[in-house]
Design a protein around this ligand. Structure first.
Ligand SMILES: Nc1ncnc2c1ncn2[C@@H]1O[C@H](COP(=O)(O)OP(=O)(O)OP(=O)(O)O)[C@@H](O)[C@H]1O
Ligand SMILES: [Mg+2]
Length: 303
């Protein structure tokens, strides 16, 4: 079954086209990623799927229902951890969960039970009675994810769930995401961390200016867009090196203090390079999703 199905999905804010006619399907049980630079349209897309931002045109079905007609039913079946923290500062941690449970018509005793269980799941049990302001950034993110699970959603939407977290907190959230997937939950994830996307997503899209640049499995995207490996030349000095390298790879890219050579045979390119420029530091590494992202969206800030 398709959990989400979008055709020519479009969102305009006055003249600004934030989402520009995208098509995608999300299958049951998969983790689907939205990647893209700031302002690409990830959150806007996600908010349309949630049913909180009306679509301008096109069609969008979530769990087999039309978001235009059945947004209330859809909201009852999905869980959302939004990008911006919107915890209620007037309630302690546990009340943030039990109060939220009321929106779904969950009876108080059941709400209490689920809330305790979710706090344990996100390793927040000892903070049950703490005030929101006493939580660290990572604890707040974990609480927001816990809250998104209160109605045992079929579709879980996580908009940048690990932004600003330390490695331990990120890994805990990753583990929990994988556990939820094993339990059959379909998950939409947006992130700026390429390692996160590479590890978690079954499929992903890279967006820019409201459109998809590519769609696929992380492995396939790396292979098809970049190739197996990259040679990086660090602090290359002078045009001679650049000229030499310009013919050596399938593609060569220059940033302020690096030259990137994408090739199917990095070791050979490097060994030749070392003979010619023995004093210049270079290294060969496997290509990553970050290379895909930067190759497609450019290495410079665009704002
Ligand atoms: N409520 C709004 N009113 C007007 N313009 C908006 C609104 N929300 C988003 N936009 C614009 O729509 C575009 C897409 O924004 P969106 O928040 O979807 O990007 P994003 O991919 O989630 O970016 P980020 O990585 O920074 O979270 C941006 O140009 C943004 O300024
Ligand atoms: Mg966003």
């Amino acid at each position: 079954m398709k959990v989400v199905s979008a055709r020519k999905l479009t969102k305009k804010y006055d003249k600004l086209v934030a989402v520009d006619g995208i098509d995608f399907d999300i299958e049951e049980g998969e983790i689907f990623g939205f990647l893209g630079p700031n302002g690409a349209g990830k959150s806007t897309t996600i908010r349309m799927v949630q049913g909180v931002s009306p679509i301008t045109s096109g069609s969008l079905e979530v769990l087999g229902m039309d978001v235009r007609k059945q947004s209330k039913e859809i909201k009852g079946l999905i869980g959302v951890a939004p990008q911006e923290s919107n915890l209620d500062p007037d309630f302690p941690v546990i009340r943030n969960l039990t109060t939220y449970a009321r929106y779904f018509g969950i009876p108080p005793a059941e709400a209490e039970k689920r809330s305790r269980k979710l706090l344990e799941f996100m390793q927040l049990s000892d903070k049950a009675d703490a005030k929101i302001e006493e939580l660290s950034g990572g604890m707040k993110r974990r609480l927001i994810v816990a809250r998104a699970l209160i109605n045992e959603p079929k579709l879980l939407i996580l908009d940048e769930p690990t932004t600003g977290l330390d490695p331990q907190a990120r890994h805990l959230i990753w583990e929990r995401i994988r556990e939820l997937k094993k339990g059959g939950t379909t998950i939409i994830l947006s992130t700026h961390y390429m390692d996160e996307a590479e590890q978690l997503c079954d499929r992903l899209v890279i967006m820019e200016n409201g459109r998809f640049l590519v769609e696929g499995q992380p492995r396939d995207l790396i292979r098809d867009v970049v190739g197996p490996c990259v040679m990086e030349v660090i602090d290359p000095d002078g045009k001679e090196i650049e000229d030499y390298l310009s013919t050596k790879g399938d593609q060569v890219e220059r940033s302020a203090d690096r030259i990137y050579v994408y090739s199917k045979q990095c070791e050979i390119v490097q060994s030749d390079f070392r003979k010619r420029f023995p004093e210049v530091y270079s290294r060969v590494r496997p290509a990553t999703l970050e290379d895909v992202f930067l190759k497609l969206t450019g290495r410079r800030l665009k704002e």
